[in-house]
Design a protein around this ligand. Sequence first.
Ligand SMILES: NC(=O)c1ccc[n+]([C@@H]2O[C@H](COP(=O)([O-])OP(=O)(O)OC[C@H]3O[C@@H](n4cnc5c(N)ncnc54)[C@H](OP(=O)(O)O)[C@@H]3O)[C@@H](O)[C@H]2O)c1
Length: 251
Amino acid sequence: MSEQHELKNRVALVTGASSGIGRAVCLALAKKGARLAIVGRRLDSLTALKATIEELGGEAFPLAVDLRDESGIKSAFDAVSRKWNGVDILVNSAGLGRAAPLSSGKDEDFREMLEVNALALAIVTREAITSMQRRNVAGHIVHVSSMSAYRVQGDTGMYAATKHAVRAMTEGLRQELRQAGSPIRISSVSPANTDTEFMDRMLGKAKAKENRPEYRQLEPEDVADAVLYLLSTPSHVEINDILMRPTNQPD
Ligand SMILES: NC(=O)c1ccc[n+]([C@@H]2O[C@H](COP(=O)([O-])OP(=O)(O)OC[C@H]3O[C@@H](n4cnc5c(N)ncnc54)[C@H](OP(=O)(O)O)[C@@H]3O)[C@@H](O)[C@H]2O)c1
């Protein structure tokens, strides 16, 4: 069975679709014929992405959702079920960093990172599994994690804690699915520095520019290529993580 055939017409829900890695994943999947449920808060960005996907001959369904709101997540899954029956593929790309040292950071910054990067990812994943199981679909879930799931850099301990949580949830879910004899697969990709809006949003544009690394960063499309590879493996292969850095990133 060709890769093209496997992704064609499959319904993929992608969080973080409004920018960066999530957006690149949507475009890569649309080119392979998948139908895209695109999730983010910024409806203007989602609408623009839908137009781009349609220019490529694909289909997209924008869903403006704040992932910190569990009822919004459930409504989004209900809407996808009504439109396309349910979800076959989930890519969890939504996430953020805040400049919030563990010794002095703000409660709200801690909470936002934990709620979006870890809690929402768990809730969205549970809803996707429920949708796949209801229709007996051998679905695939991909978490966009981070090299921060493996190491802690300076004062970004809370961000790293959320990504360590993603790594633990990847392995925990793998064990649950295998114990249940489920055909659903769980994978993650753990990139290091990637050229997206991430640092602008974490530090503000001016500071992000000052701190921009001299080496060439990963492009969102590099990470999307890895996601596409994970999704195109045959059903007896489950890759649990891909660790990827810019070639010249020292840490
Ligand atoms: N860039 C890097 O260097 C890097 C490295 C390793 C891992 N990562 C991970 O890659 C993933 C994607 O990040 P990116 O680099 O592509 O950054 P980005 O361009 O800032 O994208 C982040 C995405 O998350 C969404 N998001 C944030 N808070 C949300 C909320 N409350 N509700 C719904 N959506 C929310 C944003 O959408 P809205 O603003 O429209 O809601 C946006 O689409 C994240 O999980 C990040 O931790 C990034």
